[in-house]
Design a protein around this ligand. Structure first.
Ligand code: MRU
Length: 353
């Protein structure tokens, strides 16, 4: 089994506090941030200092433990669950992790709750790392079955960031890529910028650090590369997968799935069991997060002196729509790479429920 150790921990416990890698500072700066209160944890999730469905879930679980370390009585437990549950609506891993914490903690005497909460949060994190490894192994087996290419590397397109930054392990969509790289398949990854929050830059940073060949593209370049036959497979992560296989993932995923199907390129979703929501029959039941206009109207980068700069792209009073996720219908998805194997939409329930 390919073993992956995070180059920098995305999230770890330090006594009764948490240390996170602040992803809003990447790819330019490596900032570790200490979180000591429930409010700071909620803020870190809302502002996307931590982001990516599995990592959001693990962070929320730790946030409950942190809150209970100060006061473990019923009102504080319910307040922590509600506060963290309201941070981001689309990734179901958040609600999943909080429901798991609630089921474990509510029946316990107050005196036992804080210790039990830290233990449960650590278990969720350890399971996530193991899940990523299993997704990597199943994904690698899939990549080995792709037809050979003449004169060019195995080329995988991804969107957003579903790598180690988004989990407690190797990632979901990037786990097969890291496994393929370690196995000597020498994959090349096509990474789309992922406007407006540019999570593709996080993916490019990860791949560069890991020595994995990649090219960064503007989001709008994906269709041409797929139409030209320059991509062998598309693999993305997911934030919530409905019972029929309809999938919410980062805005722009749907367009890639459409272009992939139109050009005969397989399109896979890589996701853990905790991202499947069998209570949602289809896409219509998945809430889509709408984020601030500023994310579209402004962009952050560094100037020639390496100083971080936020600059306006359009007048501040421009009307904006900023849905953070879109919905890819199940019929565009070739299969779901999970820790239990690879399944088509019509087999999800029997395989995973
Ligand atoms: O808004 P984000 O950055 O949290 O969105 C992340 C994604 O959409 C990822 O593709 C998804 O969460 C899977 S991460 C393993």
């Amino acid at each position: 089994m390919f073993l992956f150790s995070q180059p920098v921990p995305t999230l770890c416990r330090n006594g009764d506090s948490l240390v996170i890698l602040d992803q809003t500072a990447l790819p330019w700066q490596r900032v570790e941030r200490r979180l000591t209160t429930l409010e700071e944890v909620a803020h870190a999730i809302t502002t996307m200092q931590v982001r990516g469905a599995p990592l959001i879930g693990c962070t929320a679980a730790c946030g409950v433990a942190l809150a209970l370390s100060a006061d473990a009585r019923d009102p504080q437990l319910e307040h922590a669950l509600a506060t963290l549950g309201a941070t981001r609506p689309t990734a179901v891993n958040l609600a999943w992790a909080l429901a798991r914490m609630a089921a474990r903690l509510r029946p316990l005497p107050v005196a036992q709750r804080a210790a039990a909460a830290w233990t449960e949060a650590a278990t969720i994190g350890a399971e996530d790392a193991a899940t990523c490894a299993a997704i990597g192994a199943h994904g690698l087996a899939l990549l080995r079955t792709l037809p050979p290419r003449a004169g060019r590397p195995l080329r995988i397109m991804t969107h957003c960031n579903a790598g180690w930054l988004a989990t407690l392990g190797a990632g979901t969509a990037l786990a097969p890529i890291y496994a393929a790289h370690a196995a000597g398949l020498a994959p090349e990854v096509i990474v789309s910028e992922t406007r407006p929050r540019n999570q593709g830059l996080l993916t490019a940073w990860e791949l560069r650090s890991g020595g994995v060949a990649h090219r960064l593209i503007a989001d709008n370049a994906a269709g041409l590369l797929l139409a030209r036959g320059e991509v062998d497979v598309v693999i993305t992560g997911a934030d919530r997968i409905a019972a029929n296989g309809d999938t919410a993932n980062k805005i722009g995923t749907y367009l890639k799935a459409l272009a992939a199907q139109a050009n005969g390129v397989p399109f896979y979703i890589a996701a853990p069991r905790s991202t499947f929501d069998f209570s949602a029959p289809d896409a219509a039941a998945i809430p889509i997060e709408e984020r601030s206009a500023a994310e579209v109207l402004e962009v952050c980068g560094v100037d020639g002196d390496g100083n971080s700069r936020q600059v306006a792209l359009a007048p501040a009073d421009t009307q904006v729509a900023n849905p953070a996720f879109d919905l890819t219908p199940a019929q565009l998805i070739s299969g779901f790479i999970t820790e239990r194997g690879i399944f088509t939409a019509d087999h999800l329930r029997e395989a995973l429920a």
